[in-house]
Design a protein around this ligand. Structure first.
Ligand code: ZN
Length: 304
C-alpha cells in the first residue's frame, strides 16, 4: 500500500502544506501566509491544518523544512542570523508532533530541498552533489556519499555565507562580503539600487535586463560572476558530480548563465571545470516533497 506523509514548507512569506505519497506525488496541498514573527501560535496553526489533512489521507508522519536554522538534536530554532527573532528557541518539531499527533521531522528548507533533488529531482541516482536555492537569499544543501550532510549541529550547507570579498558589505551573519550579498534576489535589488541611484526590485531588474538595458545587464553580470565564483569555491571543496540550482531566481537563468560559467571557470580548479550546473526540475514543489520523503525515510529508520 502506498504510504503518505505531510510535507510542510515554511518560507519567509508563504507556508505550504501538502500530502505527498512515498513516490513523491502531491495528493493535496494548501497555503497560508507565513507569520514566523508570531512565534509558537503560528506553528501550532500549521500543525492543526496539517492534522486535518493527515486524518483525511491517513498520513503516517510529518516533515517540515523551514527558513532559519534548526538544531538537529532538539528540533528547536537556533538564533542563527537573527538572534532577537521571536522564533528563536521555539521547539518546532515538538509543536508539530504534539499538535498533529504524528511523528515529526524538521530541518532547514534548503537542506530539505537538496533531499528532494536526491529522491526525485536532478540528483536522483547521484551520490555527490550540491543543491542551491536562490530566492530572497541563497541557501544550500550538500549530498555526499548519497546522504544529506548535517554537520555537528545540523546547520551544514549555508553556502550563502562563503565570503567572496573580505572588504565587502557587512552581512547579518557577522562576516563581510558573503556570497548571498551578491548572488540572491536581495543582492540584485541592492546592486541595482546602487547602479541606478534609486530603489529597484529584483524582478524589475531581470525584466530590464531581458529587454536589453545595459545597466541591468551589468548588474546581472556582477551577480552571476559572483555566483560562479562561489560555485567554484564549492567545487574545489566538495568535487560534486553536479550543481543543482533552484529557487525563484532560476527562471531568469538564461540571463545569468554565461557570466556564471565565466566566474566558475575563474575559480574552479582545472579538473573540476566540467562540473555540470543544472536547473532544478522541481519548480516550487521541492520543499513539500522533500519534507514528506525526509519524514517517511526517517520514520522507516533510515539514517538520512
Ligand atoms: Zn554572511
Amino acid at each position: 500500500m502506498t504510504r503518505c506523509a505531510l510535507g510542510i514548507d515554511i518560507g519567509a512569506t508563504n507556508t505550504r502544506i501538502a500530502v505527498v505519497d512515498d513516490q513523491g506525488n502531491i495528493l493535496e496541498s494548501q497555503h497560508l501566509p507565513s507569520n514566523m514573527a508570531a512565534g509558537a501560535p503560528f506553528f501550532e496553526e500549521v500543525g492543526r491544518r496539517a492534522a486535518a489533512l493527515a486524518r483525511r489521507h491517513k498520513a503516517v508522519a510529518m516533515g517540515a523544512g523551514t527558513a532559519g536554522q534548526i538544531h538537529r538534536a532538539t528540533g528547536k530554532y537556533l538564533p542563527g542570523l537573527y538572534p532577537q527573532a521571536p522564533w528563536v528557541g521555539v521547539p518546532l518539531r515538538d509543536i508539530l508532533a504534539q499538535t498533529a499527533e504524528l511523528p515529526a521531522f524538521v530541518d532547514n528548507d534548503c537542506k530539505i530541498h537538496a533531499y528532494a533533488e536526491l529522491k526525485v529531482g536532478a540528483g536522483r541516482g547521484r551520490r555527490d552533489f550540491i543543491s542551491l536555492t536562490l530566492g530572497t537569499g541563497l541557501g544550500g544543501g550538500i549530498i555526499a556519499g548519497g546522504r544529506l550532510v548535517h554537520g555537528a549541529k545540523g546547520i551544514a550547507g549555508h553556502m550563502g555565507h562563503i565570503s567572496i570579498d573580505p572588504q565587502g558589505p557587512p552581512c547579518p551573519c557577522g562576516n563581510r562580503g558573503c556570497l548571498e550579498l551578491y548572488a540572491s534576489g536581495t543582492a540584485v535589488a541592492r546592486l541595482a539600487s546602487r547602479a541606478y541611484g534609486r530603489e529597484l526590485t529584483s524582478p524589475e531588474v531581470f525584466q530590464r535586463a531581458r529587454d536589453g538595458e545595459e545597466k541591468a545587464l551589468a548588474v546581472l553580470e556582477e551577480m552571476a560572476t559572483a555566483l560562479g565564483r562561489g560555485l567554484g569555491a564549492m567545487a574545489n571543496m566538495f568535487n560534486p558530480e553536479l550543481f543543482v540550482l533552484g529557487g525563484s531566481i532560476m527562471q531568469w537563468y538564461p540571463l545569468l548563465e554565461a557570466a556564471a560559467r565565466r566566474g566558475f571557470r575563474a575559480s574552479a580548479m582545472t579538473e573540476l571545470q566540467d562540473t555540470p550546473i543544472v536547473i532544478s526540475p522541481l519548480a516550487g514543489e521541492g520543499g513539500v516533497i522533500g519534507a514528506a520523503l525526509y519524514a517517511l525515510d526517517q520514520l522507516a529508520g533510515g539514517n538520512v
